[in-house]
Design a protein around this ligand. Structure first.
Ligand code: ADP
Ligand code: TRP
Length: 347
């Protein structure tokens, strides 16, 4: 009796909470950019929101990965979700490819996207430059698939890093177009979300743009890195010859070191080095050593948890199975409604 009451209350809560969706592509090892831009927010959101967090394995097919490699990397992303603190009792954890309703809605939503806007999108243009021999149609319609991941769960909040803001903006356009075209108010307009004031952008350690799985290993701090590897990478961060006058503006490569420090060090430490910068007595070697130690300390519990969970693949697969079932059930309802809205036959 008691159990039944509790169970139904949980269900009601799940139904009334706002929905959040996000995913990470299994294209490499997870780094601190993924953590601070995405996963940390997922963990913070899981109590307040009805969360759907997945491994974006369909998306990674755009870069033609080796099949065995893709399977392993997908499990690794899921494992790291758990190690970072996602709780399968609070949110759904699943593989995108376990939800066959996604490709069907993707087909329907491709009619909401125009060639010109897809070609103008920044990540597409970057990929055309990076992989001129593989400019496939999946790359072009990447933002449509991403939109569908979000809206198939009727989500409003999309926790992502700064680099994904343009994609989420596009999903708002596609949703608006769909609602207008069919004269319905069916899909909510998704919005990018972060608990920090602005969307997070973790810089690459070489100072060239954002940290990314597709960049060289020495430019990323991976959540799985051993402490000494992390220390070495941090000490190699590029700096300059120091401030020339008091209270000078910081050049980008120095701002990057401060930005990383803001993420993992206590506020007093950041303040101390700011003062040292402002009075021109800063020693970058000391600062980087301090940053490396704070990074190692911050990430130690996650690294431990990754090791612990790696030993039990069976549980991981069970969790993904349950999450997939929940994501499919919710998606099936959305797809049924959409087929009705657009005038397709009932199946
Ligand atoms: P990557 O670019 O490393 O391959 P993904 O594209 O799979 O990473 O991104 C997964 C999530 O991590 C997205 O929400 C993205 O915004 C976030 N993210 C990736 N890199 C960074 C970064 N350097 N700073 C902040 N967030 C990031
Ligand atoms: N495009 C995202 C990235 O490269 C990954 C992703 C796919 C995603 N589908 C999504 C993120 C839906 C948020 C919501 O990082």
């Amino acid at each position: 009796m008691k159990f039944t009451r509790l169970f139904s209350r949980a269900n009601i809560e799940t139904m009334t909470k706002e929905i959040a969706v996000s995913g990470i592509r299994p294209t490499g090892k997870q780094h601190i950019g993924n953590y601070f831009g995405a996963t940390r927010n997922f963990v913070q959101m899981q109590d307040m929101f009805n969360g759907y967090f997945f491994v974006a394995d369909y998306h990674s097919l755009t870069t033609h990965p080796d099949a065995k490699d893709l399977r392993e990397k997908s499990k690794n992303i899921a494992l790291i979700y758990l190690a970072c603190g996602l709780d399968p009792n609070k949110c759904a954890l699943y593989l995108q490819s376990d939800v066959p309703q996604i490709p069907e809605l993707y087909l329907i939503f491709n009619m909401m996207a125009y060639l010109g806007e897809l070609e103008r999108e920044a990540t597409f243009k970057e990929k055309v430059r990076e992989q001129p021999n593989n400019v496939n149609a999946g790359l072009l319609t990447y933002p449509v698939l991403m939109t569908v991941d979000i809206i198939i769960q009727k989500a409003k909040k999309v926790p992502v890093g700064k680099d994904q803001q343009q994609h989420v903006e596009m999903s708002r356009d596609f949703v608006r177009r769909f609602n207008n075209l069919y004269g319905v108010d069916y899909f909510p307009e998704p919005e990018a979300f972060s608990f920090s004031q602005a969307l997070v952008n973790v810089p690459s350690l070489d100072g060239e743009g954002k940290m990314s799985k597709s960049k060289p290993e020495h430019t990323c701090i991976y959540l799985e890195d051993e402490a000494d590897v992390m220390r070495k990478k941090m000490m190699r961060m590029v700096t300059d010859s120091g401030p020339k006058e008091p209270n000078a503006a910081k050049p980008l490569i120095i701002q990057n070191v401060f930005d990383l420090m803001e993420l993992v060090s206590p506020a007093e430490t950041v303040q101390y080095y700011n003062e040292k910068w402002n009075d021109c007595s800063i020693r970058y070697g000391d600062m980087k050593k301090q940053l490396a130690e704070d990074m190692v300390t911050f990430l130690a519990p996650i690294r431990e948890k990754i090791k612990e969970l790696s030993a039990n693949e069976k549980i991981l697969l069970e969790i993904l199975g349950d999450g997939g079932a929940k994501a499919r059930a919710n998606s099936a309802q959305t797809l049924k409604d959409v087929r009705e809205i657009v005038g397709l036959q009932k199946v």
